[in-house]
Design a protein around this ligand. Structure first.
Ligand code: ATP
Length: 306
């Protein structure tokens, strides 16, 4: 099994520290979401892992070896960094042919990844005629060509239509279920929440979190419960006896703050309160992420003066 290991990694561009003493491990068998505000250092870290840039200090390895030491690297690591990397005057098929030949990959993989990424029917068209979403699919096809154990994708949902977004979600889940190591950066929190098991979060080049997604959310967003009842008086009284306060909304629901659905369920059923609906109002990844990164965002819009 192959992990990505980042150890005390630092990258400076002139006086600017893009990556600052970063240490984390991306493990196989799960999807790790790679998050952080603009300029936090996600792409730089991925480039360092791929040997496209040299670290100022520290190391980034795949399965214990640096990427540049890997023979036929596409068999080990598949990456999508830039959807515009493919040459525009080539067809998708030719682009994949060149990659397959230079990594001694079997030609049958070309058809397999074209099918898998849904671009088989346009594979003979020149890449410059492709939409952004089609280029993303070609970038993912290139990443999967060598059937690699490690897959690293920078903003793969970018430009994909709703059907494409569902496809990429299922693809990422499947790659992880097959035991691969999957690192995916994204600015789309709902998306990330739908496919990630684990999160690595950066802010200004530093590590802010390296934690299972559920723990990341639960540590930052207090749980709430939504209840609907025809007997508000009984509901309020029952909750008050257990130290809970309920707030009513215009749509007829009540919210119980800082409470778990199991506890509220037990309280209301114990008190015989009639309940029409009872639901956990779980914290979202977006809420937790914004809470963590509020002070780590380099670029924020300033309120305009009237
Ligand atoms: N080649 C380079 N030369 C100079 N500065 C660079 C270079 N590449 C990145 N940087 C700087 O390093 C910092 C980190 O950039 P990086 O692209 O890694 O962030 P990111 O987290 O991927 O951001 P985004 O979410 O906007 O893609 C930024 O301040 C960026 O301007």
């Amino acid at each position: 099994m192959t992990s990505i290991d980042v150890q005390s990694l630092t990258k400076e561009y002139g006086t600017r520290r893009a990556v600052d003493d970063l240490t984390f491990t991306v493990r196989p068998g799960r999807v790790t979401g790679f998050l952080g505000p603009n300029g936090a250092g996600k792409s730089t870290t991925m480039r360092l892992v791929l040997g496209l840039d040299r670290p100022t200090s520290g190391t980034a390895t795949v399965g214990g070896r640096s990427y540049t030491a890997l023979q036929e690297p596409l068999r080990h690591v598949g990456a999508l960094l830039d959807a515009h990397a493919a040459h525009g005057s080539r067809t998708a098929r030719d682009h994949l042919r060149v990659l397959a030949a230079s990594n001694r990959l079997p030609a049958r993989r070309i058809d397999e990844v074209l099918e898998e990424t849904g671009i088989a029917s346009v594979a003979r068209r020149r890449v410059k005629t492709y939409s952004l979403g089609m280029r993303q699919r070609l970038g993912i096809a290139s990443a999967l060509l060598g059937d690699p154990e490690v897959v690293m994708l920078d903003e793969p949902s970018n430009g994909l239509d709703p059907e494409g977004i569902i496809w990429i979600r299922e693809l990422l889940r499947r790659l992880a279920a097959e035991g691969r190591t999957v690192l995916v950066s994204s600015h789309l929190m709902n998306e990330t929440a739908s496919f990630a098991d684990h999160l690595v979060v950066l802010g200004r080049g530093r590590l802010l979190a390296d934690t299972p997604m559920r723990e990341f959310i639960d540590a930052r967003v207090r749980p709430r419960v939504r209840v609907r009842t025809p007997d508000a008086t009984a509901l309020k009284a029952a909750l008050a006896r257990h130290g809970h306060d309920a707030v009513e909304h215009d749509d007829g629901y009540w919210t119980v703050h800082h409470a778990r659905v199991d506890d509220v369920g037990r309280i209301v059923s114990g008190a015989g309160v009639p309940v029409l609906e009872l639901a956990a109002d779980e914290g979202t990844l977006e809420q937790a992420y914004l809470d963590l990164t509020a002070t780590e965002t380099e670029f924020t819009a300033q309120p305009q003066e009237a």
